[in-house]
Design a protein around this ligand. Structure first.
Ligand SMILES: Nc1nc2c(c(=O)[nH]1)N[C@H]1C(S)=C(S)[C@@H](COP(=O)(O)OP(=O)(O)OC[C@H]3O[C@@H](n4cnc5c(N)ncnc54)[C@H](O)[C@@H]3O)O[C@H]1N2
Ligand code: MOO
Length: 411
């Protein structure tokens, strides 16, 4: 008998609903706000640019004077460079030599590129007509007073840091980091960093903890290394309990299923966790479990490394966003035709590792690597995941499917 499973979307939605976001926040220097969640709206108190300025190198004039006198040889009244504004006065029939980024002086309203002008000593003739406002960047073109620079809950990325710096913000009010402990379970698992003599018969190196800690490293988390715990329910319960003292979340991998050596369910009970989810209708990732202890969460990832990685990305990351006071991210889904066929029974969504091949109309999704849930090499070199929906009974070439890109191939 197959146990009940929950579709990923409804599991994620229910868990998101069950989360009360943390509200503590702190002020951090601008450069340290990368990857953090804005704690409040930041409204611009400035116009950017603050003054109209030239968008090209050339000559600034009054466009109406030029329209009335196309052949006029404009005397050059002076020079305006970025950081060196022209502060003199300009008569209607005069021009200013101007460079990109220089403040537009009073009395001119358009800039001609020098390629479109003919210079005669200290005069210039314009070879083309100009519209008022041509080649100048108006006040507030980038950002106007009163506009939102950043909404509360937004995850701060590099362009936002650029915009905040441009608007004069030295610090940002961000949500506090969550604290998480990552541990691996299994009698067969040994720590690659601590092993002097390789693996013994039947032993394997811990791949999940280094991989998952690396995957979560940029996620506004204080990450603690909870080490490796034996296949023993008391040891696992003790490890959960110890981690819960200082962590908002505990993430374990392995022992999530219900074999004789799978102790996560029992250990969660022992620490008083209420089972908020057990078993997802997806492959890989079926044994995934989530327990809740007051406002803290225990995430029990399946032991198979690909299953652990996929569950961390698709289920845990959005939950962490919300828990940290941010807007839960929804992965980008791009619909692309399948370049492969695949047999599958309805009732379980599948997330296969994939690459995008070809371009334009010929772009197709191809399966990357071998298929098992333990095959880490299917993740290395993949561009992303392809989702084969739960109800789908198989894939034929040309069938449109959702492709979920990994960040490594995003910009
Ligand atoms: N009778 C059934 N057997 C299994 C089922 C099932 O429904 N009925 N589910 C299968 C699925 S699906 C998965 S996924 C696995 C996961 O189960 P567990 O979470 O209990 O994982 P383990 O048994 O502990 O380990 C599975 C596999 O992964 C290796 N592993 C574990 N931890 C690590 C680590 N830190 N680094 C590298 N590799 C790790 C472990 O050695 C096993 O090979 O269960 C299926 N079985
Ligand atoms: O669904 Mo398992 O999670 O095949 O690896």
């Amino acid at each position: 008998m197959h146990p009940e499973t929950t579709p990923l979307d409804s599991a994620r939605a229910d868990l998101l609903n069950a989360i009360t976001p943390r509200s503590a926040h702190e002020n951090v220097p601008l450069h340290a706000s990368i990857g953090r969640f804005a704690a409040s709206d930041i409204i611009s108190t400035v116009n950017l640019p603050a003054t109209a300025n030239a968008a090209v190198d050339g000559y600034a004039i009054d466009a109406e004077t030029l329209a009335a006198n196309p052949d006029h040889l404009f005397p050059i009244a002076g020079q305006a460079r970025a950081g060196h504004p022209f502060t003199g006065t300009i008569a209607k029939d005069e021009a200013v030599e101007i460079y990109t980024g220089a403040v537009m002086p009073d009395g001119v309203n358009a800039v001609a590129m020098h390629e479109d002008c003919t210079r005669h000593d200290n005069h210039v003739r314009f070879d083309k007509m100009l519209q008022i406002g041509a080649n100048n960047r108006p006040v507030g073109e980038n950002l106007a007073v009163g506009e939102i620079i950043l909404s509360a809950g937004t995850r701060i990325h590099a362009p936002m840091i650029g915009q905040l710096a441009a608007a004069g913000h030295k610090t940002v009010d961000v949500q506090n980091k969550l604290t998480a402990t990552m541990l691996s379970t299994g009698d067969e698992i040994i720590d690659v960093m601590a092993a002097d003599n390789g693996t013994g018969f039947g032993q394997i190196y811990d791949a999940n903890r280094p991989m998952l800690m690396a995957a979560l490293a940029g996620e506004a988390l204080n990450l603690h290394d909870g080490g490796i715990v034996a296949d023993d329910r008391d040891a696992l319960a003790n490890a959960y309990q110890a981690a819960l003292v200082h962590s908002d979340i505990v993430i374990s991998s392995g022992g999530a299923s219900d074999g004789i050596e799978d102790h996560t369910q029992a250990a969660m009970k022992m620490v008083g966790a209420e089972c908020a989810l057990w078993r997802l209708a997806m492959k890989p990732g079926r044994p995934m479990a989530v327990g809740r202890v007051e406002d803290k969460f225990i995430f029990c990832l399946p032991g198979n490394p690909v299953a652990a990685f996929v569950c961390a990305k698709l289920l845990i990351m959005p939950l962490l966003d919300k828990l940290a006071g941010g807007i839960a991210r929804t992965p980008l889904r791009v619909t692309v035709p399948a370049g492969f066929s695949h047999k599958k029974k309805p009732g379980r969504a599948e997330y296969l590792r994939a690459t995008l091949q070809g371009s334009g109309k010929d772009q197709q999704i191809q399966i990357h690597g071998r298929r098992g849930a333990g095959v880490i090499s299917s993740l290395t070199g993949a561009d992303g995941l392809v989702e084969i929906p739960l109800d789908n009974a198989g894939v034929e070439v040309g069938m449109p499917l959702a492709f979920l890109p990994f960040v490594e191939r995003g910009l």
